[in-house]
Design a protein around this ligand. Structure first.
Ligand SMILES: [Zn+2]
Ligand SMILES: [Zn+2]
Length: 341
């Protein structure tokens, strides 16, 4: 399958293809608006009657057709259709990643260090030009190890079913972007593993045991990063283990995804807009939401302070909200690094 992606090479050289001739001045060629420009324009031109975006964005699922060769006798090209199912485990995050990168140009280079320059260029090009199924295939082929999705061959149709957990299918595949390390030392000189290094690739924060706190999410983040002392868990050791401050392995990332899936609605009465994280200020950019009854994910994000809700399954799948959404069924919170002021 690898070779079929050669059509995605040189994304930059294809940029000319989103040029259209202007209806007003037939001789003049102008560039078609990218998806991000269209979304931003629709926010600014929005009247109260129409809250939905002008056409579906990144619809659920998809069918990807690849030319697999030729039938020997008829010389007709042979096509294979790949059906994508339950893509909501990646769709919301792909949407968020796109909005973050297009809204913060300087992040593109930073993210490319982790995900690869070519991947980021292809990703932006495909989203810009509304090529939704290909962008999902790009993510699946480029980022997920093969055993992470069940693929089923049904006659000539190959099916990729992404049913599962969005943190498994997306967050864990961001390489070392959010990697943190915490060192620890046991007070007992005969401890079988006195010095330890704890690496984490994602940020899972725990809800508070009791609820006296005003800002429970900030406290939970502090708990993840701050030094602490615990009983040593090595077998036969009764020492005390001192954990150092947790730090980002590659500096504070352009954005962080907080895994919130074990938080209950009642613990989420206050979602902070600003978060202090490893001596940097982060601001809320979006969230992914999980509907338990339907086992279905959707996402919310803001552009220029206007909040939008994205749900790939709906026919009007991108909706402008008149206030920030209620973050009661959270799967994740997404914060971006603020420029130092
Ligand atoms: Zn110990
Ligand atoms: Zn779904």
């Amino acid at each position: 399958m690898e070779s079929d992606f050669c059509c995605l090479e040189d994304a930059d050289s294809h940029l000319n293809h989103i040029l259209i001739s202007s209806p007003d001045e037939p001789g003049r060629i102008e560039r078609a608006k990218t998806l991000f420009e269209e979304i931003r324009a629709s926010i600014n031109n929005n009247d109260d009657n129409d809250q939905s975006f002008w056409r579906p964005v990144l619809p659920w699922g998809g069918v990807y057709t690849i030319r697999a060769g030729r039938k020997a006798i008829s010389c007709l090209p042979l096509y294979v259709k790949i059906n994508l199912k339950n893509t909501c485990t990646i769709d919301g995050f792909l949407m968020l990643l796109y909005v973050i990168l297009r809204d913060n140009q300087s992040f593109t280079r930073e993210v490319a260090v982790f995900l690869g320059k070519q991947f980021v260029q292809h990703f932006l090009y495909l989203m810009d030009s509304y090529d939704y199924t290909t962008v999902k295939m790009l993510w699946i082929w480029d980022r997920m190890s093969k055993r992470q999705y069940r693929s089923e061959v049904h006659q000539a149709a190959l099916e990729i079913d992404l049913f599962g957990n969005e943190h498994e299918n997306f967050t864990k595949n961001l390489e070392d972007l959010m990697s943190t390390v915490q060192e620890s030392l046991c007070s007992n000189w005969s401890c079988p593993a006195r010095c330890q290094e704890l690496l984490r690739k994602t940020i899972n924060i725990n809800p508070p045991h009791e609820l006296p706190d005003r800002d429970t999410i900030q406290s939970a983040v502090n708990g993840f990063f701050c030094p602490r002392t615990d009983l040593c868990k090595e077998i036969g050791c009764d020492g005390l283990r001192e954990f150092s401050q947790r730090i980002f392995c590659h500096g504070p990332p352009p954005f962080v995804i907080l895994n919130m899936q074990i938080w209950k609605s009642e613990e989420l009465s206050y979602v902070p807009y600003y978060l202090a994280l490893s001596q940097h200020r982060y601001s809320l950019e979006g969230a992914t939401l999980f509907n338990k009854e339907e086992s279905h994910y959707s996402a919310a994000f803001q552009i220029d302070g206007y909040w939008m809700h994205y749900d790939g399954l709906r026919s009007d799948n991108l909706i402008l909200l008149n206030k920030p959404p209620e973050f009661l069924l959270l799967s994740s919170l997404v914060y971006i690094r603020s420029s130092d002021k």
